[in-house]
Each structure stands twice: as C-alpha cells, then as structure tokens.
Design a protein around this ligand. Structure first.
Ligand code: E4P
Length: 217
C-alpha cells in the first residue's frame, strides 16, 4: 500500500519524506489556502521534495479551461499529477491528459459508478473520500470495497487512492480491502506509529538499561 500525505505544508512533507515511508503527496485548493503560499510555487517545491506523484488540483470547471490550467501545472515537474473533479468535463479532460501521458487523480468521488467512469476515462488514481462519506451517515469503506470489486472484475489499472482519511482505523480498513494508496493528514500518518504499550515498554527497557551502567559503543 502506498502512503501519500494530504497537505501543502512543506515542513511536514520534508519531515515525513525523510523517513523513507512517503510515496507521494496530495493537495487541494483548501490545503493550498491553509499553506498561505502561492499555488504554483508551493507545488513546485513539493515536487522537489518527494519523488512520487504530487497531486495539484485545477480550479476551472469547464473542459477547455481545465486543460489550459492542467498544461500550466504539468509543466512544473515530471512528478506532477493533475487533479480533476469527478464531473463530465473532468472525465473528458482526464481522458485527454492521460492519453498524452500525464498522470491524473480524479477527485471528489462518492459513488462506485463515478469510480467506474473514472477508470474508463483512464484515470491514474481515483480518490473516494471516506471521511466525508462517513460524515453524512454512509460507510465510506463500503464504497472502497465496491470499487475494489469492480476494478478487479475488469482488470482496471486505475489505482484506488483512499482520501479524506481521518484516523488510523480508516488506514487499517483500507489496507484490509486492498486499496492501492491512502492519503492522510500528517497527524494521522504519525499516529499510525503510536501505541501506548510501545511507549510503556520502551520506558521500562531504558530504565532497566540505565541500571546496568553500560553504554553501547
Ligand atoms: C484528497 O485528495 C483530499 O485532499 C482530502 O483527502 C480531503 O480530505 P478532507 O475531507 O479531510 O478535507
């Protein structure tokens, strides 16, 4: 399972990339706003920090202008992945861009039939939003299961990128289903490594080690 981080904060991205556990980055207009930095500059900087795909979202809603914006974004770096909304114009732009060899992440997916369309449009990634799905009383993981089944039925190569991840259990469930990728905020990424028994065990080992009076090396 690939791990992407969902942020435009370069300090967080650099810290997580240094662990060797980060496979890519996703951003969206809200995260760019939160970063307080100019869109193109921050995306370019992120692309220099990680080798994997960096999703950068266009804001046009019509086909022609989506392509115009995508053309600016994809020139930033080889690892840019153009993010397009799951609309008919977005799907049409997805088909065009992927046929030209540009990576595309189709975002704001809330149904399995939308995901089916994205795969038929040649999307590199489909982003079903599990947290927002849960928020309105549906089970986001049912959606991931359905998409996995459909993609496997037809050998679609579009990767399922579980988005809107809110906590480690989302990551656990997505991994059990066999999602290809998950994208989570930095705090959730760090929470994956935490366990109170690990902390307690380490504290005990270090206390006992100190009593030996030894040092290593
Ligand atoms: C994914 O690419 C989106 O940026 C993101 O996961 C949305 O998450 P949210 O619902 O927590 O805003």
């Amino acid at each position: 399972m690939k791990f992407f981080v969902d942020t435009a904060d370069v300090a967080d991205i650099a810290e997580l990339a240094a662990t060797g556990l980060l496979d890519g980055v996703t951003t969206n207009p809200s995260l760019i706003h939160k970063s307080g930095r100019p869109f193109l500059a921050v995306v370019k900087e992120i692309c220099g920090i990680v080798d994997g795909p960096v999703s950068a979202e266009v804001v046009a809603t019509d086909y022609e202008n989506m392509l115009r914006e995508a053309d600016i974004v994809r020139k930033l770096a080889d690892n840019v992945c153009v993010k397009l909304p799951l609309t008919m114009d977005g799907l049409k732009a997805c088909r065009k861009l992927t046929s030209e060899g540009t990576m595309v992440n189709v975002t704001l997916c809330f149904s399995a039939t939308q995901a089916l369309l994205a795969a038929k449009a040649g999307a590199t990634f489909i982003s079903p939003f599990v947290g927002r799905h849960d928020d309105v009383g549906f089970n986001g993981m049912d959606l991931i299961e359905d998409i996995r089944l459909i993609y496997d039925n037809y050998d679609f190569t579009t990767e399922i990128l579980v988005a809107s991840v809110r906590h480690p259990v989302h990551v656990l469930e997505a991994a059990k289903i066999g999602a290809d990728v998950m994208t989570a905020p930095p705090a959730v990424m760090r929470a994956l490594a935490k366990h109170p028994l690990t902390d307690r065990g380490l504290e005990q080992f270090l206390a006992d080690w100190a009593k030996t009076g030894e040092t290593i090396g």
